[in-house]
Structure formats: structure tokens, C-alpha cells
Design a protein around this ligand. Structure first.
Ligand code: SF4
Length: 200
């Protein structure tokens, strides 16, 4: 693919609903393409690489409001694309660059915040564990607590450890998560607050 063009499913200025930067204004660019295959994925429309219009990087960056503090690159799985030129242009325009990734593809781009959300279905690579500022594990069932502990042993000691209930089972899993975090206070719970705020 021409690295000057990227397939974009959607882009929008909103409030970051999850993770360490929850509550901050942020511009999201959701890139098309994902081969990880989480059965509970809430953005399955993002999966096909060719179903989304391609945009020139300069045009994408030009649409971001200049007062916006943070640009979050998400997907899909954004690291299915080379993101070196995108982050180069974002940083030249003065934006913080954040990524949300499963870590299953080689890392490209230059990141001020690297959110690694590992998935059982396609393991992250070593570089992603090394770069992770935030480890965000989605809790769908009881086995995901063991997965979370195992994944936490692979990141740096200063990486933030966050767990988030998968939306459709949040009422069932939340009491278990509360117990887990009370017993393992190095972890924090993060919620998809944008869904409660009813913003994208
Ligand atoms: Fe969906 Fe993300 Fe899993 Fe891809 S990695 S299938 S976009 S939840």
C-alpha cells in the first residue's frame, strides 16, 4: 500500500473514554483493517482492509482542530499499516501521538503514549511489551484474570495495569473485577465512559 495514504473508517473529535487519559479531549483516527479476530469485537466493520476510503496523511492531519491536545490512532489494528509518516506529520503539527493496539504487528511510528491491549487470539510481539505505557486487558470471562496476570509479567515495571470489562458482560464481570483489584491493587479498573456519556 502507498504509505502516504491510509484507509480510514472514521475520524472524530471527542472525549477519550478509557484508560489513563480518560476524560481528556482527543481526536480519534480509526484505521481500517484487523486480522486479530476477537469474537466479542465491537468494531467488526473495521476488519476488512479494503472497505474503507483511503486518505492522504496531510489531509487527515489538516482536519484535526488545532486546540486538540491528543491524537489517538486506533482501529481495527492500526499497526497493520506503517505509521511512521503519520506520526511524523502529527508531531510536526504539535500533537501528542497515542496509539491503541493489540501489539500483534511490527511497531512503526513514534508514540507519546503506547496503549497495549493484548488479545489471546493473536499474541503481541516483544517490542510492543517493551514500549507499553499502559496495558489494557479486556475482561470477558474468568480466564481473562489469569491472562491479565501473565501479560503483566511481560511489560516494564512502570507500565500502568488496567482492566476493562467487555461491554456486553460488564454487569456480570464487574464484581469479580472489583474483588480482583482489591486483592491486586497494582491494577486499576477502566470503563468505557464514552458509552455512558453517549459520545463516539
Ligand atoms: Fe476488534 Fe480490536 Fe480485536 Fe481487532 S483487535 S478484532 S479491532 S477488538
Amino acid at each position: 500500500m502507498n504509505s502516504e495514504m491510509l484507509p480510514v473508517m472514521e475520524s472524530f473529535y471527542t472525549i477519550q473514554g478509557e484508560g489513563e487519559f480518560q476524560g481528556s479531549a482527543a481526536y480519534f483516527i480509526r484505521l481500517g483493517g484487523c486480522d486479530v479476530g476477537c469474537h466479542w469485537c465491537d468494531v467488526k466493520e473495521s476488519w476488512p482492509m479494503d472497505a474503507h476510503p483511503k486518505y492522504a496523511i496531510q489531509d487527515l492531519v489538516a482536519e484535526i482542530p488545532e486546540q486538540c491536545p491528543i491524537v489517538v490512532i486506533t482501529g481495527g489494528e492500526p499497526l497493520m499499516h506503517s505509521l511512521d509518516q503519520l506520526t511524523h506529520h502529527l508531531k510536526n503539527s504539535g500533537f501528542r501521538t497515542h496509539i491503541e493496539t493489540s501489539g500483534a504487528h511490527p511497531v512503526s511510528g513514534s508514540w507519546d503514549w503506547f496503549c497495549l491491549s493484548p488479545k489471546k487470539f493473536k499474541a503481541p510481539n516483544q517490542e510492543s511489551y517493551k514500549l507499553a505505557d499502559e496495558l489494557k486487558v479486556i475482561i470477558y470471562n474468568k480466564h481473562d484474570f489469569e491472562f491479565a496476570i501473565d501479560e503483566a509479567s511481560k511489560v516494564n515495571t512502570n507500565c500502568q495495569l488496567l482492566m476493562q470489562p467487555e461491554w456486553s458482560v460488564r454487569e456480570k464481570m464487574m464484581p469479580l473485577m472489583v474483588d480482583f483489584v482489591k486483592n491486586n491493587p497494582q491494577w486499576k479498573i477502566t470503563l468505557q465512559t464514552h458509552k455512558y456519556l453517549n459520545v463516539p
